[in-house]
Design a protein around this ligand. Structure first.
Ligand code: NIG
Ligand code: FE
Length: 421
């Protein structure tokens, strides 16, 4: 079979191993790193990756050859945890935080997520669509071709549906693959402050409509002091399971209130944050095969020193990913490259572990490993090209967008840090 397109002369190709499940522990430090390599594409899918002139017999007169001398290729990066659809922004809280006010204090005082609820309620569909599209564009030009995105800034079912509909439409209109998560259990609304169980019932009552309209694939809950208790989180996730959602849980972001046990008990695909977990809980997650979606940008942006203990997690055989948590409060960024650099600088992960985290493991975390996350033949030809001679350079040269090109389904969608129109 001849290729439609071949990317040649790549100085390195980072090629993760897809072993049919997320990479765990030591496996995360293994990958094929091809030198002087090529990627052949047929019908928008990967045909072959290899080294040297192995592509010669894959080309004919109709094959497009793209010379990428001096560049690095990886599978399109995947951001497995974001809160992308929201009204307004919260730079007003920035000064408060710099003056020492804590994230949960701001929330208790009626700010934080609660203020974004009002702004999201007030925003029209088109406003939210444009704003989210802008964020996706930032992400794509940084090399990110698939993004998990949560609702959770709606006061009513109507606003929750509006957020999910924005994502549904963008999934059709924009090159990025979007994986939708229903997260009405994001905050206890002021009205239910003294009766949070009633709000739990309201969230559960929203589920049939979201499920019926196929607006979300996952359900997530913020299990945290002053938000949802472990018991409430379990109730919500058990109900979500009944409605056919796959499960996630925000756990141990600021305080440890038992979210890890809930994750293991309900069979969550992933547990998010895990900044303050203890060793026993790491063992629990490893045993239950719950992926740790780690969000070092949040620790950074909240100016804390509680980076999730990624090395310990790998020592105990866990699978991890790295994600932005992109949101208006705890981590306003759209730059996954910076998060990956924090993975090295603050969590002491190796470059191979970092790239496995945002490719093959992230693909498992969003349940897209059959079509993404590695260069196995037949997977979608989603490819990120870096202006770098090797993968180490992309993580060492921090804070700067090194993404040269992005291909989605074999088509060039980003060139020189700009969207190809
Ligand atoms: O993952 N913790 C809950 N949700 C987000 C923050 C959302 C916000 O502050 O608007 C997080 O940190
Ligand atoms: Fe989050």
């Amino acid at each position: 079979m001849k290729a439609d397109k071949i990317l040649i002369n790549l100085e390195q190709v980072f090629s993760p191993k897809d072993i049919g499940r997320p990479l765990r522990g030591e496996e995360m430090n293994e990958a094929d790193i091809l030198e002087n390599a090529y990627i052949a594409i047929k019908d928008g899918k990967i045909l072959e990756v290899g080294e040297g002139k192995g592509y010669e017999n894959l080309k004919d007169d109709n094959t497009e050859i793209v010379d990428l001398t001096g560049k690095v290729a990886t599978p399109g990066l995947i951001d497995a945890h974001t809160h992308l659809v929201y009204g307004g922004s919260r730079e007003n809280e920035f000064a408060m935080k710099l003056n020492g006010m804590e994230y949960l204090e701001i929330l208790e005082a009626g700010g934080g997520i609660l203020s974004t609820l009002k702004a999201t309620d007030a925003a029209s569909f088109d406003e939210l669509y444009d704003k989210t599209r802008d964020l996706l564009e930032h992400m794509l030009v940084h090399g990110v071709t698939a993004v998990e995105a949560k609702s959770g800034y709606g006061i009513t079912l109507e606003t929750e549906l509006k957020e999910l509909e924005v994502l549904e439409k963008l999934n059709k209109d924009f090159p990025t693959e979007l994986i939708r998560t229903f997260m009405a259990a994001h905050v206890i609304h002021e009205k239910y402050k003294d009766n949070s169980d009633e709000y739990v019932n309201i969230v559960i009552d929203m589920m049939p409509e979201v499920a019926k309209r196929n607006l979300a694939e996952f359900c997530d809950v913020f299990c945290e002091k002053g938000v949802f208790t472990a018991e409430q989180s379990e109730r919500i996730l058990e109900a979500a399971k009944e409605h056919g959602f796959k499960l996630r849980i925000h756990s141990d972001e600021i305080e440890n209130i038992g979210g890890v046990d809930v994750a293991a008990k309900v069979g969550a695909v992933s547990a998010e944050h895990l900044m303050v977990v203890d060793e026993g809980e790491i063992e629990t997650l490893a045993k239950a095969n719950v992926i740790g979606n780690l969000l070092p940008g949040t620790t950074f942006s909240l100016m804390l020193d509680t980076y999730a203990p990624a090395r310990k997690m790998l020592d105990k055989g866990m699978a991890i990913t790295l994600c932005t948590d992109s949101n208006p409060g705890s981590c306003p960024t759209a730059n996954l490259q910076f998060i990956m650099q924090l993975g090295c600088l603050e969590m002491k992960l190796t470059p191979i572990e970092v790239f496995n985290a945002v490719t093959i493991n992230a693909a498992y975390s969003v349940d897209r490993a059959k079509t993404m996350g590695s260069f196995d033949k037949g997977k979608r030809a989603n490819i990120t090209i870096f202006d770098a001679h090797n993968i180490d350079y992309t993580l060492y040269f921090f804070g700067t967008n090194l993404c040269k090109q992005v291909y989605v389904d074999g088509e060039l969608v980003v060139e020189d840090r700009k969207l190809v129109k």
